[in-house]
Design a protein around this ligand. Structure first.
Ligand SMILES: NC(=O)c1ccc[n+]([C@@H]2O[C@H](COP(=O)([O-])OP(=O)(O)OC[C@H]3O[C@@H](n4cnc5c(N)ncnc54)[C@H](OP(=O)(O)O)[C@@H]3O)[C@@H](O)[C@H]2O)c1
Length: 243
């Protein structure tokens, strides 16, 4: 059963890392708060995230440069809890913002909305246009560069090792939940997104500091390589097993 992430008064500091953030939460009659999620990008991944989080009781808003495209996704997911908005409005009303655009688009996103005090989940992979590899890495990552572009936000890396097609068929793989690895430096923001991911049906794994995005992005590239170059298709997902 999917539950919303409730930020009850005494848990606000734990789940909602900045006090300013909580001002955007919807206060329910019983005094609980429901988290607002914005998804920027209404393509393959934006649609998949909207489908998945739209089935929870979180409030989900999707946006992209062309609002008609975001509206199309919201209309398609009419039964889910998804609405469309401009990028600026979606970010303004959000506690957690998922970036599901090409990595190169983030510089323009930084101009399009105010990310101050937002928890930002970077889902991008800085894949080269010809898919021959990643455009950055080793001593930095897309996530770290996005943190530099959005210094007033708390950036996390996550969900980047999940093919968009996975969302269409659900998050279970032969009885096991799909894993997603969440890296970031703001512990309370990371705990909130780990909880959010688990409530959406993932087995979310704390992947340490944001610098670990340097390893999560190549992991996603290896997943792409398995899927498209080595013929495994897109119903695959990396998992960290332990016993
Ligand atoms: N596809 C996957 O399986 C997968 C898996 C994990 C991670 N990712 C990563 O997720 C990101 C999106 O991939 P995708 O496959 O969903 O791509 P996509 O289908 O091409 O969608 C990209 C979206 O970004 C929007 N966009 C492009 N430039 C923008 C800008 N300057 N400002 C705002 N929005 C912009 C586009 O909408 P408009 O044209 O309307 O703006 C579109 O909705 C990429 O970084 C990719 O590496 C993809």
């Amino acid at each position: 059963m999917l539950h919303s992430l409730h930020c009850v008064e005494k848990q606000r500091e734990q789940y909602c890392h900045h006090s300013e953030t909580t001002s955007h939460l919807n206060k329910q009659e019983n005094g609980e708060y429901i988290m607002n999620i914005a998804i920027i990008g209404s393509g393959n991944i934006g649609s998949g995230l909207a489908l998945t989080f739209g089935q929870t009781t979180y409030n989900v808003t999707i946006a992209s440069r062309h609002q008609a495209s975001a509206q199309g996704v919201a209309d398609k997911l009419a039964k889910a809890n998804v609405t469309a908005a401009s990028i600026a409005d979606a970010v303004k009303g959000a506690d957690v913002v998922f970036i599901a655009t090409p990595y190169d688009a983030v510089a323009s996103l930084a101009q399009a909305a105010d990310f101050t005090n937002k928890v930002v989940v970077d889902v991008t992979n800085p894949v080269k246009a010809d898919f021959s590899g990643l455009s950055i890495g080793f001593d930095t990552s897309a996530a770290e560069e996005i943190q530099k572009l959005l210094p007033q936000a708390s950036v996390l890396k996550g969900f980047n090792t999940v093919f968009a097609q996975v969302y269409e068929q659900g998050l279970e793989f032969e009885g096991r939940k799909a894993q997603t690895f969440i890296a970031g430096d703001n512990e309370s923001a990371k705990q909130a997104v780990l909880t959010l991911a688990n409530e959406a049906g993932f087995d979310a794994v704390d992947a340490g500091a944001l610098t670990n995005a340097r390893y999560l992005e190549p992991l996603a590239y290896m997943n792409i390589h398995f899927g498209y170059m080595l013929g495994k298709g897109t119903q695959i997902i990396p998992a960290w097993l332990s016993r």
